[in-house]
Design a protein around this ligand. Structure first.
Ligand code: IFG
Length: 506
């Protein structure tokens, strides 16, 4: 019996669970010092995925694991044909993984599929693979074949860096922890009442004042992303097939902008800095042209810095904006986002009015409200599902949890796993769902450890719901597979909440 760190994995013990798993225990493959990685000839992207795999495996194995296009018993190939007989649509993230005594072959239609397969391979190796330094043991991969692809194309996490700022390096580290569960979008909540966290040319006080010392909840969070810092972060994410979705929250949640520029208030009078956690008290002035000049400058800049297709305009909790002003505001802002080439995402309140079908409501309510999301879906809009009582990672695990809020209820792992995006909202079915997203609001968070503790182990539940076929959805199976991640997260140095619902191993 090998020690737990080198316990042989089962082919299906992956999170998110793959679509089609055919074990062949007689076909195990062992990585050794002679193993090399071969990538699709002529593809720089495949080469980069090969280097990513090597970087994951080199520290704990101590092996050289060279990457080239000619030799190697681990092959990452861009071969759409490899999928056709897999009986499923190619798609960007689909892959076919075959492990035999002779080697490992991954076939995908696109580099994103190779990257998804690499995350699966990482989990199929013993837990010791995630150790930061050399470990001695057998690096066995379980034999067989996996054919896999995502149920939904959008699987996201939101990090609020307005209430408390997290640096670009901390966000990069967070991205590294998310991609192992095939998360492919990171929504950054950049602005709110307490802070403005992205430098905007022509509006320097947004960050000089509202990204400065004393900003954030309890005044504890000075900091902001420079244009260069944001661009670097976007590039880092893209290397890992993660699309950044920037959010400029409006017309509510704007106190920080109004502190910096009083002309953005209705009466031009400066407002006080806010470091509490109240919501719903601020509003841009829908009737002032200064408002739209400001927004156009911001939207132009954020769009120019964001290669991804989406720009999130917030739209939530606009209690200080009249219904007419809200309608006026949204009708003025939607064309501005389109003008700069982006698709609008907004919290579901914006669906209270007619929307173009390209607009994407993000549903966050606890109950199935008549908010208009279903009407938008009927009109052709795709919906991102983030029900607060299932997917809000800032909800406390238990009443005793020191971190988090509890307005949407307590959420432990089974609650985070126990839902289906296509069942949540009448009128929003499988074909209307773009995907899922787990928001992490930072009112009560101060450090990356706090962020990780709230994220793990609940995010893997949301990741499985977004990726795996509905028919595979099974709590007993999920919690058994999840239990194996305790030693892996300890090896990665990632703090996690040891939910009592999970029979953690080792
Ligand atoms: N609702 C607010 C957030 C945050 C959250 C904390 C949305 C869309 C409560 N808006 O969720 O700003 O305060 O759980």
């Amino acid at each position: 019996m090998s020690e737990p760190a080198f316990q042989r994995r089962e082919l299906g013990d992956v999170i998110p669970v793959p679509a089609d798993v055919r074990p062949d225990p007689a076909a195990d493959f062992t990585i050794d010092e002679g193993t090399a990685i071969r990538t699709a000839p002529g593809s720089a992207a495949a080469r980069r995925v090969g280097e990513h795999l090597a970087a994951l495996l080199r520290p704990a194995t101590g092996y050289a694991l060279p990457v080239d296009e000619e030799t190697g018993t681990i092959a990452l190939l861009l071969d759409g044909d490899g999928l056709s007989d897999g009986g499923f649509a190619d798609g960007d993230e689909g892959y076919r993984l075959e492990i035999s005594a002779a080697g490992v072959t991954v076939r995908a239609a696109a580099p994103a599929g190779l990257f998804a397969a690499v995350q699966t391979l990482r989990q199929l190796l013993p837990a010791a693979i995630d150790a930061p330094g050399p470990q001695s043991g057998d690096w066995v991969l379980p034999g067989g074949r996996i054919v896999d692809r995502p149920r939904f194309g959008y699987r996201g996490v939101m990090l609020d860096i307005a209430r408390h700022f997290f640096t670009a390096d901390e966000i990069k580290s967070y991205i590294d922890s998310l991609v192992q569960f095939k998360i492919n979008h990171l929504h950054l909540h950049l602005t709110d009442d307490q802070g403005w966290r992205l430098e905007i040319d022509g509006w320097p006080r947004l960050t000089e004042v509202s990204g400065g010392a004393g900003t954030g909840v309890d005044g504890a969070g000075p900091g902001y992303l420079t244009r260069a810092g944001y661009a670097d972060l976007v590039a880092y994410a893209a290397e890992r097939f993660v699309t950044i979705v920037p959010e400029i929250d409006m017309p509510g949640h704007v106190n920080a902008a109004q502190v910096a520029y009083p002309e953005l208030t209705a009466d031009g009078v400066a407002v006080a800095v806010r470091t509490d956690i109240e919501v719903g008290y601020s509003s841009l002035a829908a009737g002032k042209e200064e408002t739209y000049a400001f927004i156009e400058d911001v939207v132009r800049e954020v769009a120019a810095l964001t290669p991804g297709p989406y720009l999130h305009i917030g739209g939530d909790e606009a209690q200080a904006t009249t219904a007419d002003d809200y309608r006026t505001f949204i009708q003025r802002v939607l064309p501005l986002v389109a003008k700069y080439g982006k698709r609008v995402v907004g919290w579901h309140e914006m669906a209270g009015m007619e929307l173009p079908e390209t607009a994407i409501p993000q549903f966050w309510a606890v109950a199935a409200t008549d908010d208009g999301t279903a009407r938008a879906a009927a009109n052709g809009s795709k919906v991102i599902m983030s029900p607060a009582d299932r997917a809000y990672l800032d909800m406390k695990y238990t009443a005793a949890s020191p971190l988090g809020l509890d307005w949407a209820g307590l959420i432990d792992v089974e609650q985070a796993y126990g839902w289906d995006p296509a069942d949540r909202l009448p009128g929003v079915g499988e074909e209307n769902v773009l995907g899922v997203e787990a928001p992490l609001w930072s009112e009560t968070l101060r450090t990356l450890t706090d962020v990780r503790t709230m994220t793990f182990p609940r995010l893997p539940a949301v990741a499985e719901i977004g990726w795996s076929p509905r028919a595979t959805h099974d709590w007993a199976s999920f919690r058994r597979r999840l239990a194996a991640f305790a030693p892996r997260w300890r090896n990665q140095g990632i703090a996690f909440h040891p939910s009592p619902e999970v029979p953690w191993v080792g």
